[in-house]
Write a protein that binds this ligand. Structure first.
Ligand code: NAP
Length: 247
């Protein structure tokens, strides 16, 4: 696959696994994050792959527009965009600040909007492209996550709408909705509620039909499928990758 894939929030967790997956399939990967991306970039390069690091806050319009144009200029095109960057600011509604609401909306929903809008400027003229958004099982509702659940449900509406608008230009837009995936995000949730990460994982596995929690590679492989030619007639879909947890 000699394509250029942009993965946001790729410094660690699911984004890093996705960047490694694309690189292993031969893509040149633009690793976007707020934080330090050196570890994943080094891992990809030492395995013979191509990765370039870009610092960017996905909720900042000027940064997004300039970084995506820079990626197209430096790497030659924009073929795949994975909107993965995310944050949590969990709290019950009566304790949730407006700023916690805004931060989550801005990173997940505004970020996916801004990055998709910037990427399609390159995809439409070339009449091809793949956008994969990141929703969550929390889109179906989750206590303490009014902001996150609303953003992740919004991602599904954004996905369907972009699929309609961009389909005529040969651009597929889909989403993955992960269940419990072991990352720093879920470790931080365990720490916040005062539970050991391993105990929280064991509890999540118990209520999951496949009786395990997910790993970042479980999501990366589905994202790669949705961005592949094998999925060229799939668009507007949200694929739950959750071990059957929402059954
Ligand atoms: P993670 O380990 O916390 O990684 C998220 C990454 O996003 C971090 O590297 C973070 O950078 C980056 N980021 C945050 N705000 C950003 C911004 N404004 N601009 C650019 N990058 C930003 O999380 P994860 O578990 O891998 O989650 C990845 C995605 O999957 C998220 O959208 C999450 O909501 C979704 N998801 C995760 C799970 C799960 O169980 N883990 C389940 C469902 C959905 P910093 O390190 O600098 O903050």
């Amino acid at each position: 696959m000699s394509r250029v894939a942009i993965v946001t929030g790729a410094a660690r967790g699911i984004g890093a696994a996705t960047a490694r997956q694309f690189a292993s399939e031969g893509a040149a990967v633009a690793v976007l994050d707020l934080g330090d991306t050196s570890e994943v970039v080094e891992q990809i390069r030492s395995s013979g792959g191509t990765a370039v690091s870009f610092s960017c806050d996905v909720s900042d319009e000027a940064q997004v527009d300039s970084v995506i144009d820079k990626i197209a200029a430096e790497l030659g095109s924009v073929d795949v965009l994975v909107n993965n960057a995310g944050v949590l600011r969990d709290n019950l509604l009566h304790k949730m600040s407006a700023s916690d609401w805004d931060i989550v909306m801005n990173v997940h929903l505004r970020g996916a909007f801004l990055c998709s809008r910037a990427a399609q400027r390159h995809m439409v003229p070339q009449r091809s492209g793949k956008i994969v958004n990141t929703s969550s099982v929390s889109a179906l509702g989750n206590r303490g996550q009014a902001n996150y659940a609303a953003a992740k449900a919004g991602i599904q509406g954004l996905t369907r709408t972009l699929a309609m608008e961009l389909g005529p230009f040969g651009i597929n837009v889909n989403a993955v909705a992960p269940g419990f995936i072991v990352t720093e995000m879920t470790d931080a949730t365990a720490a916040r509620v005062g539970v050991a990460a391993a105990d929280m994982q064991a509890k999540a596995a118990e209520i999951t039909p496949l009786r395990r929690v997910g790993q970042p590679s479980d999501i990366a492989s589905v994202v790669a499928f949705l961005a592949s030619d094998a999925a060229s007639f799939i668009t507007g879909q949200t694929i739950y990758v959750d071990g059957g947890r929402r059954l």
